[in-house]
Write a protein that binds this ligand. Structure first.
Ligand SMILES: [Zn+2]
Length: 327
């Protein structure tokens, strides 16, 4: 009887080892190379610990070095694109730096897809409930920090999973130094890139991310994306809503958000904006890492990643609204 139990136990152990080995052997090569929200979240903390990335802010060089360090470690070449612009908000000429990184994949003739965000943070906290604090720069945990964190972790996974196409990672500067009510002073890095760099980097279409780490995450299409790039907007949100229905909704906002995708939409390049604009700490000193969530980063990161792979396997052309009407 005892021998029988021993045999059963031995057989059971052998079976478990066999199942484990089969699972190991059947695991896809990309297993383990999933977007890690906790790893991305550490990048938010690192940026905030270095200080604000506003014009002249103490965290600027550290943030540039962080981005260069992470991308260089992946073998992705980076380039600092410098420009100068007058900034009405701080009443002086500011020097801006876009960080550009090209992931080449192994299909050099494939469409160039852009993933963008802004890395600068707002130099004033004009919506802070305490008037005495409004003149000081925000920490930029979600607004600034989250986009950088997401793209850096996305670059790691794109590389680990050997995404076949070409991706341009662009970290725009001086997105957030505008004056409320005036369109002219926002998104200065992306405007500079759109005006000077599209010959060098002929982007086919793009996705911009901004404020995507909110704990209470819900991302809906804003009106500029929907009206000017309806194909890409529809395709992305249909895909995203199926995978993460609690966090993405095809139901659009009833307003447009002037963000780093807008200069490209104006030039005829489909470029959507993923933003959760419903974020109470927005432009206050409460925009700190504890308001952000590794899970939100992971949901957005994996959705973009899966969309990229889905598109590379099922390539379609995205059109602007006016081209839709011509077809
Ligand atoms: Zn902002």
């Amino acid at each position: 009887m005892k021998l029988g139990i021993l045999m059963v136990n031995l057989l059971r152990s052998a079976l478990m080892i066999l199942v484990f080995l089969m699972l190991l052997l059947s695991a896809p090569p990309e297993a383990g190379a999933r977007f890690d929200g906790r790893r991305a979240f550490e990048f938010i903390k690192e940026q905030c610990e270095a200080g604000p990335r506003s014009p002249g802010g103490p965290g600027r060089e550290a943030c540039l070095v962080l981005m260069e360090r992470e991308l260089s470690a992946l073998g992705i070449h980076t380039h600092r694109q410098k420009f100068t612009v007058p900034l009405s908000l701080i009443k002086r000429i500011a020097e801006g730096t876009n960080l550009i990184a090209l992931y080449e994949g192994d299909r050099p003739t494939s469409d160039l897809i852009a993933l963008s965000t802004h890395w600068d943070t707002r130099p004033i906290a004009d919506l802070d409930p305490d008037p005495a604090l409004r003149g000081f720069p925000i920490p930029g945990g979600n607004d600034g920090g989250s986009g950088v964190a997401l793209l850096l972790e996305l670059a790691r996974v794109v590389k680990a999973r050997q995404y076949p196409g070409r991706i341009l990672f662009i970290f725009f500067d001086l997105e957030d130094s505008g004056i409320p009510g005036r369109d002219t002073d926002w998104c200065l890095g992306s405007r500079h890139f759109a005006a000077h760099s599209l010959c060098d980097y002929p982007v086919s279409w793009g996705i911009n991310v901004d404020m995507i780490a909110d704990r209470d995450l819900k991302i809906r299409p804003e009106l500029f994306s929907l009206e000017k790039a309806p194909d890409l907007t529809r395709e992305f949100w249909t895909f995203a809503e199926q995978r993460a229905p609690f966090h993405f909704s095809r139901n659009p906002l009833d307003f447009g958000i002037f963000d780093d995708h807008k200069p490209f939409l104006d030039l005829g390049i489909p470029w959507i904006n993923l933003i959760d604009f419903s974020y109470p700490p927005w432009h206050t000193h409460e925009d700190t890492p504890d308001k952000c969530s590794p899970i939100s980063l992971e949901i957005v990161g994996n959705t973009i990643l899966e969309f990229l792979f889905h598109h590379s396997e099922n390539p379609v052309k995205f059109y602007l609204n006016n081209e839709n009407q011509r077809r």
